[in-house]
Design a protein around this ligand. Structure first.
Ligand SMILES: O=c1ccn([C@H]2C[C@H](O)[C@@H](COP(=O)(O)OP(=O)(O)OP(=O)(O)O)O2)c(=O)[nH]1
Length: 161
């Protein structure tokens, strides 16, 4: 029998999940709120977001897709836009995707079509997913040298393809 590792998150009881409240403003009557397809224990990591307008993404094109929503995060949280695998297998991938806690404008999903055919996304279809993340404000300190580590400066395929 393997052992079960218990990860304690500060301020949380074991088994309790983090559920920040995020205010969503509909900028368009047809807009939809982000939605987790599966919730609760073993639910999804990211919530689906919906295109408010239909778009035809030509082969090789990059376009911002409107969602018709704006959000107010708690100051401690923001979000990252992630691909939907269902679109990724058709060659449609997201770009950019850092949604700052203080951003109050419309959430736009920037997508590029890497395939050789136009991909149509209809109004009301899911275009991406939103992964809510906690904000960390790091301090960047200039130093004269860095501590040694096994990897060192090796990267970019140094361990093989
Ligand atoms: O895929 C994205 C990326 C960003 N944004 C929004 C939220 C984000 O907080 C804001 C600014 O994004 P970012 O910081 O990436 O833009 P920038 O090019 O650095 O411009 P800025 O000078 O406005 O920060 O635009 C989106 O709606 N979708």
């Amino acid at each position: 029998m393997g052992s079960i590792a218990v990860v304690e998150v500060e301020g949380l009881q074991h088994g309790e999940s983090v559920s920040p409240k995020i205010k969503v403003l509909k900028l368009h009557p047809a807009a939809q709120l982000p939605k987790y397809a599966h919730t609760g224990a073993y639910g999804d990591l990211a919530a689906d977001v919906y295109a408010v307008e239909g778009v035809a993404i030509a082969a090789g094109a990059t376009v911002p897709v409107p969602t018709g929503i704006a959000m107010e995060f708690p100051s401690t949280h923001g979000a990252l836009v992630e691909d939907r695998s269902g679109l990724a297998v058709r060659g449609v991938t997201t770009l950019a995707g850092v949604i700052d806690p203080g951003y109050r404008g419309e959430l736009k999903i920037i997508v590029t079509n890497l395939s050789t055919a136009t991909v149509e996304v209809k109004a009301g279809e899911r275009i991406a997913q939103l992964r809510i993340v906690q904000r960390i404000e790091a301090q960047f300190e200039e130093v004269a040298e860095l501590a040694e580590a096994a990897r060192g400066a090796a990267g970019f395929g140094s361990t093989g393809a």
